[in-house]
Design a protein around this ligand. Structure first.
Ligand SMILES: [Cu+2]
Length: 487
């Protein structure tokens, strides 16, 4: 664990321990921060998150207790969800925070009434710890415990979630962020996980809508409530001049988010697997399910003003495609959170870009590891990989520690976020175009319709690894296969 807690963190813990707070407020702690106390005075503004308590005193071991259970949590509608689920009674679950090189031990208890498993999305763990039955063996039965243990090989921002019946259990709230700090990382004024999710509620009861229809299986389940950190109504208190690191992860079943913050620019400093060699600045940012982006925002707004974090509609199907999906939140831009400036101004920390660990492949890599083909089987009502669905997708075999190129061809008319377990990749080509910005490590990639994306890596984590579409309905429905990295 970090040896010293930055100020914002200790403040946020105080706020989190306020007994009046709902479960969904433990990450982050800033909701209410711009409200008023009993005297009508503005409350101090806080920023941050509450990490899971570390039970091990040594500096290079993080040991935590984690329980998955039913929890009636409020997504911001005022109506608790009777079908809700949570890690440690919080949605999102509390942050698993550690340093690069640490050993992590998670004593996991399944208090749900069905079997489950956990996946550490993006972390290069061993196959036995990865949460899939092919390598883990058995699921964790109701009432049982399982100890997950792994060593952190990559700094960056990751997340964990259930890996069985994901379309139902992640929708219900079983997801949480993981922060792995790089050596020498300098904390900005505000370091905040921003977990994006949408949930589909019935309009009359405001309860989680019934299991997915055939159409949802094919199109993905889009929600009608957009949430940041488990609520639709969070406000974040800022001070002019401060520097904020927003750690975005998209935990939605199927929704691609396209975010902008009114009056501000977003500087992308990292992707799935850590920091970039060169930050770049954008007005808005598309994040597909499973992906992460590290974004620095300089507080250039005016004291006393509010600015909305907005989400633009992203169409999953290509223009003019046969399928035009309705979006339950409508076609316009939707506010998803608010940044409210208090009075005054601060000099702020500015931003120090950590030294990234992103090698550049100087010469083109021509050794083709595999060419995946994603396609639609409209007759069968499913989406296929290499002409089949799980468990019939042919095994992919790849040599370890050899520079290797992979092509993912999407012959369908719909975007698919493609996730590969246990290894990391760089995206070097999208539809014949070189990436416009610096390339970082990735484990989840948007594959646009009728487009081929090229990845390169020298895979160094041996074993059998699952790959699948991270539209959860597609993954659950068999858009998944296995790859063996041969030692
Ligand atoms: Cu898909």
């Amino acid at each position: 664990m970090r040896s010293a807690l930055p100020l914002f963190l200790s403040l946020s813990i105080t706020a989190c321990m306020d007994p009046g707070r709902g479960a969904g407020d433990s990450v982050p702690s800033t909701d209410d921060s711009v409200g008023t106390d009993d005297t009508g005075t503005a409350k101090p503004e806080v920023c941050g998150y509450m990490p899971m308590p570390d039970l091990d005193a040594s500096t290079d071991v993080v040991e935590v207790n984690l329980t998955a259970s039913a929890l009636e949590w409020d997504p911001g509608t005022g109506v608790p969800l009777t079908g809700g689920m949570a890690f440690n009674d919080s949605v999102p679950g509390p942050v698993l925070e550690a340093n690069l090189g640490d050993t992590v031990r998670v004593h996991f208890t399944n208090d749900l009434d069905f079997e489950t498993s956990l996946h550490w999305h993006g972390l290069r763990v061993t196959p036995e710890m990865d949460g899939i039955m092919q390598t883990m063996g058995d699921p964790v039965e109701p009432g049982e415990t399982f100890d997950y243990e792994f060593t952190l090989q990559d700094a960056g921002f990751y997340w964990f979630h259930t890996h069985m019946d994901t379309a139902t259990t992640i929708e219900a709230g079983l997801y949480a962020p993981i922060i792995v700090h790089a050596p020498g990382e300098v904390a900005p004024d505000c370091d905040q996980p921003m977990v994006l999710d949408d949930i589909l509620l019935e309009e009359d009861t405001l309860q989680i809508a019934p299991p997915d229809t055939d159409m949802m299986q094919l199109m993905g389940r889009l929600g009608n409530v957009l949430m940041v950190n488990g609520r639709s109504d969070h406000s974040y208190g800022w001070t002019k001049g401060q520097t904020t690191l927003w750690r975005f992860v998209n935990a939605s079943n199927a929704r691609y988010w396209d975010l902008y913050l009114e009056g501000h620019q977003l500087t992308v400093v990292g992707t799935d697997g850590g920091f970039l060699a060169e930050p770049y600045t954008v007005d808005n940012l598309v994040i597909s399910p499973g992906e992460r982006y590290l974004v620095v925002v300089q507080a250039t707004g005016e004291p006393g003003q509010s600015y909305r974090l907005m989400n633009k509609r992203f169409q999953l199907h290509e223009e003019g495609g046969d399928m035009v999906e309705p979006d339950p939140v409508g076609n316009g831009d939707n506010p998803v959170a608010t940044v409210v400036y208090g009075g005054g101004e601060t000099a702020g920390t500015g931003w120090t870009q950590p030294t990234p660990d992103v090698p550049s492949w100087g010469a083109p890599v021509e050794n083709l590891g595999h060419h995946w083909l994603l396609d639609e089987d409209m007759m069968g009502g499913s989406v296929t990989i290499d002409g089949a669905t799980w468990p019939d997708v042919p095994m992919v075999d790849v040599a370890m520690n050899v520079d290797t190129m992979f092509e993912v061809e999407n012959a369908s008319e719909m975007h698919h976020p493609f996730h590969i377990h246990g290894n990391r990749f760089q995206v070097v080509d999208v539809g014949g175009e070189l990436p416009a910005n610096a390339v970082g490590w990735k484990d989840t990639f948007d594959i646009p319709p009728r487009t081929t994306v090229t990845l390169v890596s020298a895979l160094d984590n041996p074993g059998e690894w699952m790959y699948h579409c991270h539209i959860l309905e597609h993954g659950d429905d068999g858009m998944a296969g296995l790859m063996t990295v041969e030692e």
